[in-house]
Design a protein around this ligand. Structure first.
Ligand SMILES: [Zn+2]
Length: 441
């Protein structure tokens, strides 16, 4: 029995994660992501309207041509970030295979499928709960709970005939995640005892020493800065990843604690929060207003403008996206202006690519020019740093270590870490997109 590991995206780059795992000619596809910086480089790019070929040509989605004609038995999704599910609308229809994911991941996937205009995606969506096991064509799949910056993230364990592989691209070891479950360390430890053939481990933050601080730690940071900013008479604006429900919950709770009314404004904030609320994953107070449609947004912003010292305005715009609410406020396109004494909290780091960096710098410059004080980087990452990545590898002790999800320099750092942990030559693999590795036999 051998496992063929065929990465199709995410190696040597950040984004468009996708890997095919072959067991005697039957394949499981793990994730189908997009590469946002490639797509953003094309102004006004509407992914729903773009063709598969167009997106492959601009390096926006994985080139899965090599898989066509092979027996793909299932598509499994690890979590709901776009660099893991964003290409489902363009690629999944080519396979006669169901899509497995946790309820939140599938809810977000449904939105992507609805927005897809080129293809009809008819793959059956099969929800699984963290901890579940399913059998597909003799391949056992297990969905192992982990912490990350989005709810209901899982690692995928695929097993058949004594060989096993763990896909662990996005995770952190957070003992105080505030919402959702913790990483199932007991299960991870048992994997080592059972014997794990291989693990693909994400390298995106392996250059940070780590351990990555907990979400409870960010809440403390937010508490400090929100307390200080709320005591002034200005408007407090805060922004973070729309998919980061835990962070949004901390902002909402802290605003109420500090005697201000939180409101959430922006289309993507509304989408993610509605999905989490519908599934009962978060309990926002009944009176919390979350608006995304233009009329509702305009009316709410007028109301905020009339009593600025009473509100915390949580909105889109943490990367300086030109169409976000915060950018449009800064550009004078909405019925609320930033003034002297207002405070803007960025609870996100800038995702390092030239477009984000320049967008964000421009936005901050405009906000400062209008009199706002800026509080940057009130944030911790959703990915393990070097120390916690090492801890993870030692917990699961795979026979083969395969760095994934990272630029070439990060993949190399992970190889170095593997060597520090005692891995050598034939057990340490720096792979490339489109090239297979076979292990076992
Ligand atoms: Zn992620």
């Amino acid at each position: 029995m051998t496992i063929e590991i065929l990465p199709l995206g995410g190696l040597g780059e950040v984004g468009k994660n996708m890997t095919a795992l072959g067991f005697d000619g039957s394949y499981i596809v793990v994730d189908m992501g997009i590469r946002l910086d490639s797509i953003m480089a094309f102004e006004d790019a509407e992914i729903g309207d773009m063709s598969r070929e167009e997106l492959i040509n601009i390096n926006g989605i994985p080139d899965d041509g090599i898989l066509h004609g092979r027996k793909v038995k299932a598509i499994v999704l690890t979590h709901g970030h776009l660099d893991h599910i964003g290409a489902v609308g363009k690629l999944a229809h080519a396979y006669d295979a169901p899509i497995y994911g946790t309820p939140f991941t599938l809810e977000l996937t449904k939105r992507i499928i609805r927005e897809e205009r080129g293809f009809k995606v008819k793959n059956e969506l099969r929800p699984v709960m963290p901890g579940d096991k399913v059998k597909v064509d003799g391949i056992e799949l297990e969905f192992i709970p982990v912490t990350h910056s989005i709810l209901q993230t899982v690692l995928i364990l695929a097993k058949r005939g004594g060989e096993s592989i763990l896909c662990a691209s996005d995770f952190k070891l957070d003992e105080e995640p505030l919402l959702g479950y913790k990483t199932d360390r007991v299960r991870l430890k048992r994997l080592a005892r059972e014997g794990l053939s291989a693990a693909m481990v994400g390298a995106i933050r392996v250059d940070e020493p780590g351990p990555t601080p907990t979400e409870a730690h960010v809440r403390e940071m937010l508490h400090e800065v929100m307390k200080e900013t709320s005591s002034g008479g200005g408007l407090v604006l805060a922004t973070t990843f729309s998919s980061h429900i835990t962070r949004l919950k901390s902002m909402v709770d802290l605003a109420f604690e500090l005697g201000r009314t939180p409101v959430l404004v922006g289309r993507s904030l509304r989408n993610y929060c509605t999905s989490a609320l519908d599934l009962g994953l978060v309990d926002f107070p009944q009176e919390l207003r979350i608006h995304g449609r233009p009329n509702a947004v305009h009316n709410l912003l007028r109301e905020v403008d009339r009593a600025r010292e009473d509100f915390v305005l949580i909105c889109t715009g943490h990367q300086g996206e030109p169409t976000s609410v915060l950018s449009r406020i800064a550009d004078g396109k909405l019925p609320l202006k930033v003034r002297e004494g207002d405070e803007v909290i960025f609870s996100a780091s800038v995702i390092p690519n030239p477009i984000n960096e320049s967008n964000r710098e421009l936005l901050e410059t405009k906000l400062r020019a209008q009199g706002a004080s800026i509080h940057r980087n009130v944030h911790v990452s959703g990915h393990a740093g070097k120390v916690d990545t090492a801890e993870f590898i030692q917990l699961v002790r795979p026979e083969h270590l395969i760095p994934c999800h990272g630029t070439p320099d990060k993949l190399r750092l992970m190889v170095d870490l593997g060597r520090e942990l005692g891995y050598s030559g034939g057990h340490l693999h720096q792979l490339r997109n489109g090239i297979s590795l076979r292990i076992g036999g």
